[in-house]
Design a protein around this ligand. Structure first.
Ligand SMILES: NC(=O)c1ccc[n+]([C@@H]2O[C@H](COP(=O)([O-])OP(=O)(O)OC[C@H]3O[C@@H](n4cnc5c(N)ncnc54)[C@H](O)[C@@H]3O)[C@@H](O)[C@H]2O)c1
Ligand SMILES: O=C(O)[C@H](O)COP(=O)(O)O
Length: 528
């Protein structure tokens, strides 16, 4: 199968080469939304940087899209909710440009402190104004880092080497974690009060929109310096310009703007403001890193696998991927089976984890989503995957619950899926033996040891002589080979369950014949 990939922003050649070895690649930059919409239906994957707005309209038109890759960190130019609804994997390359953005932040801080851009421009105009460009030292100043993630931490370490005191605000980082970096975590209000230089390193989300505004600037030290190498919009540009003009803020350095390019930003005309055109990630090294990462992830997804840095699905830490994989595979197969043996509209799915699995509770969301995918796949025409499984379930009014229990019925690990419908409920349990031997061990109250692969016939019958033989004869007459058989019963003479692994599809008319065998109560054909 040949795949088409559209690269709509400049991507380093190293990434393009990797893609070209696997699929057709079109590089078309500078497209308008309408131009993008008119061609996007031809592509299986789209790769962007911050230049392309991947709107809900674009995603709606992306009929066969499986992957949107962001060769960089910020995904605020991609409507990830719209992608999630469509089951499109959105992935980024968050680590590749961390050091580039960090070093750019340090460059901006020093440029601001020593007024390098203005001094450079002045000298090049033929002036020699040494006293005009008096600077300040960073030594012993306090740096306030807002957002103590990858870049925030790297900036902090470099600032410490300048002998700066570093304080930080990040609602998701504990004081203990901050202390490991020699950084005091504090409230944003306190940080604004004590910092000589403030640098923001958060994503642009509703909580961080205009975090630096007229009111918060008023609480800052007189002569504070402010840096934004994260996202335009975290700082209210008008408020910042007013504060620079009034002298409250001694200077600002901005790499990113509310609108890019920033045609109307009041900051562009100010002397004490250093600006760059979103260059944080623009190093040869960073561009190579992100292009390679996003190209490999693209190929992994097109081959049917998962991307390493998915932003719209649960991520599994690399070290756990091998451990989780068999559970995810088992849950999907169990979901497929249970969905084909229940009748009536599904109203609730409950996935219960027991035994050793409880220790992995943080990472079981992935397994639950695979169970839902398995349940919905056989009944829906649209693609259901790890990205949109929960969304599609919700959309269909199916409640999903995930529970943990110590009770594992003697198994080392146990996954149980209970599906409720308007007509009743069915529970299937499975376990992973050794590292990856997956088995279904219970269907309802019947114990078994079923390899969840291929085609199966599941029937309920009265436990008495003369039922199983005639049932097998029905299949034999149609040359349908029985590769395996499991029979389970709770007590002799009552209802029993039979599962036949068959080597070919059993047509509906043959299933009807099977259902007509005296003693057979019900029979279902399922593909796993
Ligand atoms: N200028 C550039 O070219 C450039 C390059 C790379 C990254 N970036 C941007 O830099 C920013 C940081 O990137 P990163 O890789 O460090 O991301 P990251 O996810 O590692 O760190 C972001 C941090 O922000 C914190 N945070 C979230 N909400 C917050 C809030 N309300 N208040 C304070 N902190 C909050 C998170 O807990 C996290 O620790 C992103 O916006 C990214 O898009 C810009
Ligand atoms: O979020 C990012 O990675 C940076 O803003 C870089 O954006 P760019 O890839 O458009 O340079």
């Amino acid at each position: 199968m040949s795949y088409n990939v559209l690269v709509s922003d400049p991507l380093a050649e190293e990434g393009i080469e990797i893609l070209k070895n696997f699929c057709n690649v079109d590089e078309k930059t500078g497209l308008s939304e309408d131009e993008l919409i008119s061609i996007i239906g031809n592509y299986d994957a789209l790769i962007v940087r911050s230049g392309t707005e991947v709107t809900a309209r674009v995603i709606e038109a992306a009929a066969k899209m499986k992957y949107i890759g962001r060769a960089g960190a910020g995904v605020d130019n991609i409507d990830t909710d719209a992608a999630t609804r469509k089951g499109i994997i959105v992935a980024n390359a968050p680590e590749g440009n961390t050091l580039a953005a960090t070093e750019h932040t340090m460059a901006m801080m020093l440029s601001l402190a020593r007024r390098i851009p203005s001094a450079n421009a002045s000298l090049k105009k033929g002036e020699w104004k040494r006293s005009k460009f008096m600077g300040v030292e960073m030594n012993e100043k306090t740096l306030g880092v807002v957002g103590f993630g990858r870049i925030g931490r790297e900036v902090a370490q470099r600032a410490q080497s300048f002998n700066m005191r570093v304080v930080a605000y990040d609602p998701f980082i504990t004081p203990e974690r901050g202390a490991q970096f020699g950084v005091e975590m504090m409230s944003v209000e306190d940080l604004f009060k004590v910092a000589d230089v403030i640098t923001v390193h958060t994503p642009l989300i509703k909580e961080t929109k205009h975090l630096v505004n007229a009111a918060s600037i008023a609480t800052m030290k007189d002569g504070v310096r402010i840096i934004n190498c994260a996202r335009g919009g975290i700082i209210d540009e008008k408020a910042l310009a007013d504060a620079v003009l009034s002298g409250k803020v001694a200077g600002a350095a901005l790499d990113v703007f509310e609108e890019e390019p920033p045609t109307e930003s009041p900051l562009l005309g100010l002397d004490n403001v250093v600006v760059t055109p979103h260059l944080g990630a623009s190093t040869v090294e960073a561009q190579k890193n992100v292009a390679i990462s996003i190209a490999h992830q693209c190929i992994d997804v097109l081959k049917g696998g998962a991307a390493k840095y998915v932003v719209n699905a649960p991520m599994i830490p690399t070290e756990l991927q091998e451990t989780i994989e068999p559970y995810a595979r088992l849950a999907e197969k169990m979901g497929r089976l249970v969905s084909q043996i229940v009748s009536g509209a599904i109203t609730k799915v409950e996935v219960t984890y027991a035994g050793d699995l409880i220790e992995m509770r943080q990472n079981l969301k992935f397994v639950t989503r695979m169970a839902i995918k398995g349940i919905l796949d056989p009944v829906l025409q649209r693609p259901v995957n790890i990205v949109n499984a929960e969304f599609v379930a919700r959309e269909r009014g199916i409640a999903v619950a995930e529970t943990m229990t110590e009770e594992s019925h003697g198994f080392k690990n146990l996954i149980s899926i209970t599906v409720r419908t308007k007509d009743g409920e069915e529970t299937i349990s499975g376990s992973v033996f050794g590292k990856k031997r997956v088995r279904i061990v219970e269907i309802g109250s019947f114990t078994m040891d079923l390899v969840p692969e291929g085609s199966v016939v599941i029937s309920r019958h009265i436990d008495r002589p003369g039922v199983i033989g005639p049932a097998a004869t029905v299949l034999g007459k149609q040359s349908i080979n029985i590769a395996g058989m499991q029979v389970g019963r709770v007590s002799a003479g009552e209802e029993a369950l039979m599962v036949l692994n068959v080597d070919s599809v059993v047509p509906e008319n043959v299933m009807d014949e099977l259902r007509a065998v005296p003693g057979i109560i019900s029979a279902t054909f399922a593909t796993l």
